[in-house]
Each structure stands twice: as structure tokens, then as C-alpha cells.
Design a protein around this ligand. Structure first.
Ligand code: ARG
Length: 417
């Protein structure tokens, strides 16, 4: 037994790269390596992961099921906040990383490790999220980025694995780089690097192509309490079951495919494909319920906060005071976001068919066009509109909007001749 050996906790996926990393950290860097795999959903073959860690010479391999924690403390707050990066990406991968960082730190503390390691590339966002998470929670721990420090090609990794008897997963090597958890699946690289090229069908694993979706629609009633889904079609389910069911049903109906070019934190534009059926369904339904329960001012301001929130998650600042403050605001906005939303899943789209809230701000007595029961006093409208239009009227008179500046038709498009 070598007393001097420092312990390191490696974020371990069981794939080729982290298996090689485990061996390399032990052999080349002299660490006692402890592999930690966090199951955030869709992890697959747990026994295979364990045995590959052992083959790579890890002193221990631990797999933790963190699905429920992930949903309660990461997914639900993100749903309540309505976070979507650059208008499209529901942030599945980005939301998973701070939890992985936290669990790496917990494990390091438990066994007295002096460092943690991950196999993220040096060009992506994931390294930022893990590093900043660890740096924030445990500034004393060293962070080793095996891939970015010691870049190996796939062939080199395969040769290395063969040399040291590390089994490579039997599946045909995917031409893509993927990441999966309950909230979504991210796919990049390979032919996807050409943004003009239509994604080949083999990119998708969770969602059916439109020509294979059922001809009959599926309607689901989703019950929310304080902005969190609690029941489907009147039946209560655990958070994991709700997300899993909506993911399966949405996928069957071809819902959740996202193809975008996004701006990474490290300054690169990248083409990304996502599959996120449950996220798209829940975000749409949640928004419909907020439409009934928040005032115009609350909705407008929440939208602004939501973009700030999405950037913060994307950029790896989950464990920041700015996040805590924004989250407190979001939680406060959800006090009355309780009610039901009927959604229809059909041919690739999710459509809200109806919504009702326990404390809805929608007032039929004010909205109705029927004379009977109408409580809106139309005689007040004229005066209100005169005052509303007053500044525009005064400005037009004093600063001659209609004067030498010419043609009013061309007001917004002076050059479109
Ligand atoms: N671009 C996405 C993000 O930054 C997805 C990253 C996918 N990660 C991966 N290891 N393939 O969140």
C-alpha cells in the first residue's frame, strides 16, 4: 500500500474517454482513482459501467441514482422560471452539470480526495459548468480536465484501451457526441458540423419522424401546483414518472426536435440538435397557466428575468448569489400558478387546447361581448384612450411628425422603394 497516493474523484460515464482517463490518472498521474457516475436518467447499462471502471483500475466505482434530486431541485425550478437558452434550448445538459459538480465535491469530502477530474473537451460549455461548480463549492480541490490537458484521438484512445485490457462498449461507435438526462438529449459533432446539412435520421433516438407518428392525437390534462406538475389525467405521479411519461408520449408524436446554431460561452458558434419532448410540453403548458394567473406586468418582467436566468444556467453560474436572488423572485411568482392545462400531442406539435386556474385573473364578466352579465363600462373607454394618446398627439403638434419628414407611409421603412 502506497500511503502517499492522493485520491481523485473522476466523473465517470463508462465510455471510452473516461475509461482511458481513469487508467491514465492512475498510471501517469499516480492518483488513487475513484469513479463516480451520476444517473440523471437514461444511463443504460450500469453493470457495464461498473466493470469498465474496475478494468481501468479504479479503486472504487460508485453509481448514484440522482434522478429525483435532479428533477426537484434543478428541472422544476427551471420549468417555473421558463428557462430556454437563445429562445430554443431547454438546457437539459446545462442543468445536469451543477448537480454532478456538487456530487463530485460530496464524494471528494467523503473519502478525503484532494482533486476531482472530468473528461470534458476544452472547447465546450460542460467543462465550464463543472469547473465553476467545483471551484465555487470547494475552492481547495484541484480540478483535472483529462481531455483538455491531454488530448487523445479516438484511435489513440482505442489503442490505449486495448493495451491495458479496457473493454470498449460493444455498440457501433456513434459518430456524434451526445449527452442525455431526463430533461433532454443533446447531440453534436460529426456531419452535424455542417449547418446547411439536414440532420440524418440516426441523430434522433427519442422522437419519431413525422411520417411515423400516429394519426390519432393524444390529449393529456396536466395539473400544476405552484408551477410544478403533479398529476396527469387526474392521476398523481412522482416527478420522475411525470417527466418520463411525457417524454415517451411526446416522442411517439414526434415532439421535441430542436435544430439550432447556438453561441457557446467559449465564443464558438455551434450547431446542436436536441430532443426534449417533456420539456417542450411542460414549458408550453406552464406558460398557458401563467397566462391566466400573472398580470401583464408580472409576465413581462418574468420574461426578462427568465432570459437572464437561462444565460446564468448556460454559463455555469448555478451556485451563485445572483441565481439565488433570481430563484427567490421566480418562486414568488408561482404562488398562484395552480390549475389544469389540456394539451394535444399530434404530428410533432404540442398545442394547448384549454386551461383553467384555481385563482384565475381571467374574468368572463369583463371579457364578454354579450350584453348580459357584462361588467365592463364601455363609456369609460373614450376618456381613457384620449389620455393614453395624449403624448403622441402633443408631440405630433409640437414637433411636426407630419411636416418636412415627408411621407407617413414610409415612416417605418424609408428605404423600401
Ligand atoms: N451545447 C449544449 C450545452 O452546452 C449541449 C452540450 C452537449 N454535451 C455533450 N457532452 N455532448 O449545454
Amino acid at each position: 500500500m502506497n500511503q502517499e497516493k492522493q485520491k481523485i474523484v473522476l466523473a465517470f460515464s463508462g465510455g471510452l474517454d473516461t475509461s482511458v482517463a481513469a487508467h491514465w490518472l492512475r498510471d501517469q498521474r499516480g492518483y488513487e482513482v475513484h469513479c463516480l457516475t451520476i444517473d440523471l436518467g437514461n444511463l443504460g447499462d450500469l453493470d457495464g459501467i461498473r466493470s469498465r471502471g474496475e478494468e481501468a483500475g479504479a479503486a472504487s466505482v460508485e453509481i448514484i441514482d440522482a434522478k429525483d434530486t435532479f428533477i426537484r431541485y434543478f428541472i422544476w425550478p427551471a420549468l417555473q422560471a421558463g428557462v430556454v437558452y437563445e429562445g430554443r434550448y431547454p438546457l437539459a445538459t446545462a442543468l445536469g452539470r451543477p448537480l454532478i459538480a456538487k456530487m463530485l465535491v460530496d464524494k471528494a469530502r467523503e473519502i478525503g480526495a484532494t482533486a476531482v477530474a472530468h473528461g470534458c473537451t476544452g472547447k465546450g460549455n460542460d467543462q465550464v459548468r463543472l469547473d465553476v461548480g467545483v471551484q465555487t463549492l470547494a475552492p481547495d480541490l484541484n480540478i483535472v480536465g483529462t481531455t483538455r490537458e491531454h488530448s487523445v484521438s479516438r484511435d489513440e484512445a482505442l489503442t490505449y484501451a486495448a493495451k491495458y485490457g479496457i473493454t470498449v462498449r460493444q455498440t457501433a461507435a456513434s459518430p456524434y457526441s451526445t449527452d442525455e438526462n431526463l430533461w433532454g438529449r443533446s447531440v453534436e459533432a460529426g456531419v452535424l458540423e455542417d449547418p446547411w446539412l439536414e440532420p440524418p435520421e440516426d441523430v434522433f433516438e427519442w422522437t419519431k419522424p413525422l411520417n411515423e407518428t400516429p394519426s390519432t392525437a393524444r390529449e393529456i390534462n396536466i395539473r400544476f401546483e405552484k408551477g410544478v406538475p403533479v398529476a396527469l389525467d387526474g392521476e398523481e405521479f412522482s416527478p420522475t414518472e411525470i417527466v418520463q411519461q411525457l417524454s415517451d408520449q411526446g416522442g411517439q408524436h414526434g415532439i421535441g426536435r430542436i435544430d439550432m446554431v447556438e453561441n457557446r460561452l467559449v465564443g464558438i458558434k455551434s450547431r446542436e440538435i436536441y430532443e426534449a419532448p417533456a420539456a417542450l410540453i411542460l414549458l408550453e403548458a406552464h406558460q398557458a397557466l401563467e397566462d391566466l394567473t400573472l398580470t401583464k406586468a408580472q409576465s413581462r418582467f418574468k420574461n426578462t428575468a427568465s432570459q437572464e436566468y437561462a444565460d446564468l444556467v448556460y454559463n455555469g453560474l448555478w451556485f451563485s448569489a445572483h441565481h439565488r436572488d433570481l430563484a427567490a423572485y421566480v418562486v414568488s411568482t408561482q404562488r398562484h400558478v395552480t390549475g389544469d392545462v389540456k394539451v394535444r400531442l399530434w404530428h410533432g406539435s404540442v398545442t394547448v387546447m384549454g386551461r383553467r386556474a384555481d385563482r384565475s385573473l381571467y374574468s368572463p364578466e369583463l371579457a364578454t361581448y354579450n350584453k348580459e352579465g357584462d361588467l365592463f363600462d364601455q363609456s369609460q373607454a373614450g376618456g381613457f384612450i384620449r389620455l393614453h394618446g395624449l403624448p403622441a398627439q402633443v408631440q405630433a403638434q409640437r414637433q411636426s411628425l407630419t411636416g418636412s419628414d415627408g411621407d407617413l407611409l414610409r415612416l417605418a421603412a424609408p428605404e423600401n422603394e
